[in-house]
Ligand binder design. Structure first.
Ligand code: SIN
Length: 313
């Protein structure tokens, strides 16, 4: 049978499979990270870390239903030193993306400087889009974002990408792309969860999570159309050498296909990984290969970014 190529490159970082975990989804402790390292994912992303250990928000802080999930985790993580030390002691066989999410600009500089010292890290994913913390890192101030990135790229030598929130206007995507295009950014990850959602428990007439009065970031199948739209828009505005990692609403090989068709080079799995565990990577790989075989594609490169506009025949 003809071999189907489902490898990918995020700039110069080679992934044997274009599917990895999303930061946040069972990637916080050494046990969780070991499971991911042993799994068939194409790369491992660590939980967004801060300078110090954080307990995160009060529980319950995560809830899922058939079509989605809501969370207000509040960046629970073991602190950057834990992740660097953990990686130091591992035999690494696939790319590692260290996710960092400092609570201030200065903290982000500190985290990125530290990450630069580790040989085990292939890339840094700078998470600028956590919807569950009170600290506003950059907001919508484009000058501030440009200034911030200018400072980072004065010292950063590692491939660096940015995890973005969903945008709802074309102009917002265009404006942020104009800034990103000025810097040697390796990739963007889009999208983080949709902020400020509520899910209601009708029996008890309450919210389903406790922090932030029940408001949280929405993930899972319900957000896929927003993820695809953001990927598509960024694909049209970003420099071609900035790869897009798609994230949002993937639970089947068909979903992976759609993200890549819209312009993603690789994808991340969040809610579905939490639901299904690391066997999800094997299932998605098989489903994707089956679909490509049906469509007579030999590689994801055959259709990446080639979404067509509906036409009446
Ligand atoms: C959290 O820890 O609150 C979620 C992280 C994120 O969505 O960026």
């Amino acid at each position: 049978m003809k071999k189907i190529d489902i490898s990918s490159c995020i700039n110069e970082i080679y992934l044997s499979l274009c599917i990895m975990n999303a930061s946040g989804a069972i990637c916080t402790t050494d046990k969780e990270l070991n499971n991911l390292l042993k799994s068939s994912s194409g790369a491992v992303v660590t939980k967004s870390c801060t300078r110090n250990f954080r307990n995160g928000n009060k529980k319950p802080r995560y809830f899922e239903w058939k079509m989605g999930s809501i969370n207000s985790m509040g960046l629970p993580n073991l602190g950057i030193d834990f992740y660097l030390k953990f990686l130091e002691n591992q035999e690494i066989k696939k790319p590692i993306f260290l996710s960092v999410s400092g609570l201030s600009m200065e903290e982000n500089f500190f985290l990125i400087k530290k990450a630069n010292l580790s040989k085990k890290i292939s890339a840094i994913e700078l998470n600028l889009s956590c919807p569950n913390i009170k600290e506003e890192i950059l907001g919508n101030d484009l000058c501030k974002i440009s200034n911030f990135l200018g400072k980072i790229f004065k010292f950063n030598k590692k491939p660096l990408g940015i995890k973005l929130p969903p945008f709802f206007k074309e102009k917002s995507v265009e404006n942020i792309s104009l800034i990103l295009n000025e810097f040697p950014i390796t990739f963007i990850t889009c999208i983080n969860s949709l902020p400020n959602g509520i899910f209601v428990d009708t029996n008890n007439e309450t919210t389903v999570i406790q922090p932030n009065n029940g408001f949280g970031g929405i993930g899972g199948a319900v957000i896929k159309p927003f993820a695809l739209a953001n990927i598509r828009k960024f694909y049209s505005f970003l420099r071609r050498d900035i790869s897009i990692i798609g994230c949002g609403g993937i639970s089947s090989g068909k979903d992976v296909f759609e993200h890549i068709l819209c312009g993603a080079s690789a994808v991340q799995i969040g809610t579905q990984l939490i639901k299904e565990g690391v066997s999800v990577f094997d299932r998605l790989r098989k489903e994707l290969i089956l679909l490509l075989r049906e469509k007579n594609y030999s590689s994801i490169r055959n259709f990446q970014g080639k979404l067509k506009i509906f036409k009446k025949f």
